[in-house]
Design a protein around this ligand. Structure first.
Ligand SMILES: [Mn+2]
Length: 330
C-alpha cells in the first residue's frame, strides 16, 4: 500500500532537522551496514550540533558493526521526533512497527519502492546507499564530519554496493567515498571486516547451501535454499547469513539469483539478485515485496515446496516476458 508523504528536498529536509529535536532514529530489521551506518552517522551529526538523538533497531545489532555502533556510545533519551533511515516500508521495522508506525515524522531513504509511509519523505533513488544521502545532509548542515561519522557512512556505502562492485555505483558514489577517505577512516580495515571475514560456521553453512543449488531456465536462474535446520546445524547466527543471496552473482551465465531462507516454520525470506535485463524489484513486487533493480526481496508463507513454486513461477514469467520482447525487437 502506498501512503502519501510530503516530499522534502535537501534544503527543506535540513530545515526540518534544524527545527526538530530529541530524535529517535529507527533502522530496518536484519540491520545491514547501510541502515546502521546511516542511523549512527545521522545521530552523531545531530548530537554534534546540540541536538539529542539515539538509534533503535528491532533486532540485536550484529557484533561485526561494533567498530562504529559501540564506539558511538549513544544513550537513549525521551524522544519527540521519530525518523526512519533506509526503511522502504513500515513493515520492515519489525516489532517497532506497532509502537511507532503512526508517529514516523520523517524517512530518509534510497529505495525506489519506498511506500511513503512517513509524514515526510526524503528519497534519492539514484543514491547507491542511504549513507550517500546522509553524507550530503551532514554537509548541507555544515556539520564537521568526525572519523567515526565517516566510518559509519563509508560502511553504509561500501556494503550497499558490494564493495563498489554493483551497478548502483555512480561517479558520485566514488566522489563521496573519496571525500570520506579524507576524514581519517581506515577503509581497508572496514572492507576487510565487511567482506573478507567469514566465520567457520558460515563456511559450514555455505557447504550445505551449495548442495541445494538448482540451475533453472537454461541456467539463467540459480536457486539456493537455506533451511532453519542448516542454520542450527552449522551454528550460524542470523547475521552469518548476510550475503548468501549474493553467491549467485559470481556464477557465469546466471542473470537471476534466488535465495530462499527459512525464518520460521512456514515463513521464507526470498532474496533476488539480478543482472540486466531483469529487474529484481519488479519480480518481487508481484509477490508483495520490493527493493532495488538489482537486489530485492519478499517474504512468502507456505511450505518450502509451495514457496519455491511461487518464486520460480514469478521468475519464469519474467524470463518469458523478456524472451517475448527479445523476439519482437529482433
Ligand atoms: Mn540501503
Amino acid at each position: 500500500m502506498i501512503g502519501s508523504s510530503n516530499i522534502l528536498n535537501l534544503s527543506t529536509l535540513c530545515k526540518f532537522l534544524k527545527k526538530h529535536d530529541d530524535y529517535i532514529i529507527l533502522t530496518h530489521t536484519s540491520p545491514d551496514g547501510d541502515t546502521l551506518g546511516s542511523a549512527y552517522a545521522l545521530a552523531l551529526g545531530l548530537i554534534s550540533i546540540g541536538k539529542k538523538a539515539f538509534v533503535v533497531c528491532n533486532d540485536e545489532i550484529p557484533e561485526k558493526y561494533n567498530y562504529f555502533v559501540k564506539e558511538a556510545n549513544l544513550k537513549s533519551i525521551d524522544y519527540k521526533t521519530v525518523v526512519a533511515v533506509d526503511v522502504a516500508d513500515a513493515k520492515l521495522l519489525g516489532s517497532l512497527y506497532e509502537k511507532y508506525s503512526d508517529k514516523i515524522e520523517l524517512t530518509i531513504d534510497h529505495h525506489v519502492s519506498n511506500t511513503h509511509y512517513a509524514k515526510n519523505l526524503y528519497l534519492d533513488a539514484a543514491a547507491s546507499a542511504t549513507a550517500e544521502c546522509i553524507y550530503e545532509i551532514l554537509k548541507k548542515l555544515h556539520i564537521k564530519i568526525t572519523p567515526l561519522m565517516a566510518t559509519a557512512l563509508y560502511t553504509g556505502i561500501s556494503t550497499d554496493t558490494g564493495c563498489f562492485k554493483y551497478s548502483n555505483v555512480t561517479p558520485k558514489t566514488h566522489r563521496i567515498a573519496a571525500e570520506l577517505h579524507s576524514f581519517g577512516i581506515d577503509a581497508a580495515e572496514i572492507n576487510r571486516k565487511m567482506f573478507d571475514t567469514k566465520s567457520k560456521q558460515r563456511v559450514e553453512l555455505e557447504k550445505m547451501v551449495l548442495e541445494t543449488a538448482e540451475f533453472l531456465f537454461d541456467d539463467r536462474c540459480l536457486l539456493l535454499t537455506v533451511t532453519s535446520e542448516m542454520q542450527s546445524r552449522s551454528g550460524c547466527e542470523p547475521s552469518d547469513l548476510d550475503g548468501v543471496a549474493s553467491i549467485s552473482r559470481s556464477v557465469e551465465g546466471v542473470l537471476i539469483g534466488v535465495s530462499i531462507k527459512q525464518s520460521e516454520k512456514d515463513t521464507y525470506k526470498i532474496s533476488l539478485r539480478t543482472y540486466e535485463p531483469f529487474n529484481a524489484s519488479e519480480i518481487c513486487k508481484t509477490l508483495g515485496g520490493g527493493g532495488h533493480k538489482a537486489a530485492a526481496g519478499c517474504t512468502l508463507i507456505g511450505s518450502l515446496s509451495e514457496v519455491k513454486k511461487q518464486i520460480v513461477d514469478a521468475v519464469g514469467k519474467a524470463i518469458e516476458e523478456n524472451d517475448a520482447r527479445a523476439i519482437v525487437t529482433e
